[in-house]
Design a protein around this ligand. Sequence first.
Ligand code: URA
Length: 246
Amino acid sequence: MKKTANQSADRCDLNRSDHRSYLSAMGIQTWELRQEFHGVVTDEIARGDDLPSQVTQNPDVANMDWSTLRKAVENCTRCDLASSRTQTVFGIGNSDAQWMVIGEGPGAEEDKVGEPFVGRAGRLLDNMLRAIGKQRDSVFIANVIKCRPPGNRDPKPEEVTACAGYLERQIKLVNPGLILALGRFAAQTLLKVDTPVGQLRGRVHHYGKIPLVVTYHPAYLLRSPERKAHAWDDLCLARACPAGEA
Ligand code: URA
């Protein structure tokens, strides 16, 4: 069912007083009159009805259960990142989660700790989630690639291809009601487009049948705090999706 932009904004308005402190932790000044949300909830299907593609290239991964998948990632040598990583970063959280949050790939902190989003950007992500009433351990957090690219460079296409089956299997196993794609890299990889994030955010896409909302990457928000109000709108849009509030 289609919802209007105002309906989605209203839903967040209902909870605004409860979340004032979290909004402030996100760096959004709650006394500020924000622009009204202008996004549109669409029923666009970005990738067709079925979960697509790379899994068919990695049929072994497509049938793995959680523990086999975790071991496969731990021992993975499918690309050159295997030689420079400290450890793989599999993903963390509730394997039955309604929300799956997907970032780009591990940075230096994550490579050390073995957990996604544990650095400054991770702390902002935690605050963003708390702002809409979600705890880190109530969602499942994963990255497009499971190993840190040296020097925090962008992942190369062949590294993404080598890793794609792992994320696709994780999505299939979690079977979330909503995917939140953080930043350009996750959004463009999942939606198979090269549209800038600014144009992808503000509406609901789909990954297979799963609603997918794009927002700015927390690391970008740390550099561009003026975008945090947009990120808040995106979180409200995600919450307004049928499974978003669960
Ligand atoms: N940025 C990401 O995209 N993922 C992480 O796990 C950490 C930082």
